[in-house]
Design a protein around this ligand. Structure first.
Ligand code: MG
Length: 230
């Protein structure tokens, strides 16, 4: 069976940057009004690394309590802000693509998001996280320091546990919007479908080594055909 591993932000959904604004709001509440996300890269990155970089960029000790407090504040602010973000939505073609793939492939998530907040984002955009029986979340790297490229083996182990057999890597794809998603697929021998619905251009995603780059997923049938053609 095919395994389709979807990134969340700017691939399945757009939340208009509410995630980083919620992290900033949590930081200001905890550490003062100067707290800022300026200079911290977040697209395609793991939430635990974003939290660490936010602490370091704001000259705060990168300690487990500081990280845990920032994480829980982030969750609270995200929960508050999302209903006030009418632009939070599934991206074009995504509901149709999930419908087309669901009966023909195992659906999965491979994302930098924490499980709780990633699920909150999906639900706010009308996507039920339970549709993805296989998930590898942003804090599930088994290595330190964590890296997105560690997550495909986590997803493949979950596939094995659920279906009682190994997935064929040639029939596994990662669908994402950043060079991080593409690299994560390629170093693990998986296919990469990149979509230019985030901060990266078609050219940048091609240069990163994506097997296919689409402007978006609005032609869901073509995307499904390609994903199932291997
Ligand atoms: Mg993304």
């Amino acid at each position: 069976m095919h395994l389709m591993l979807f990134d969340i932000d700017a691939t399945l959904i757009s939340t208009s940057g509410v995630g980083i604004r919620a992290m900033e709001a949590a930081g200001r509440e905890l550490f003062g009004p100067e707290f800022s996300s300026t200079g911290v890269e977040y697209a395609g990155r793991l939430d635990p690394l974003i939290v660490r970089d936010l602490l370091i960029a704001n000259r705060l000790p990168d300690t487990p309590p500081n990280a845990a407090n920032l994480r829980s504040g982030y969750r609270r602010h995200l929960t508050e802000k999302l209903p006030q973000t009418p632009t939070a939505r599934a991206l074009p073609g995504v509901p149709r693509l999930l419908d087309l793939l669901e009966s023909r492939a195992a659906l999965g998530l491979l994302t930098g998001n924490y499980a709780d907040t990633g699920s909150i984002k999906l639900r706010a955009c009308g996507i039920d996280p339970a549709r993805f029986p296989i998930a590898a979340w942003g804090d599930e790297s088994p290595h330190d320091p964590p890296d997105r490229t560690h997550l495909p083996p986590v997803a493949l182990a979950r596939y094995r546990a659920r279906f009682g057999r190994d997935a064929d890597p040639a029939r596994c794809a990662i669908i994402g919007d950043t060079p991080h998603d593409v690299r994560c697929a390629k170093v693990n021998g998986l296919r990469a479908l990149a979509v230019a619905t985030g901060m990266f251009s078609i050219d940048a995603l091609r240069q990163a080594g994506a097997d296919l780059v689409l402007p978006d997923l609005s032609d869901a049938a073509a995307a499904a055909d390609w994903l199932l053609s291997f």
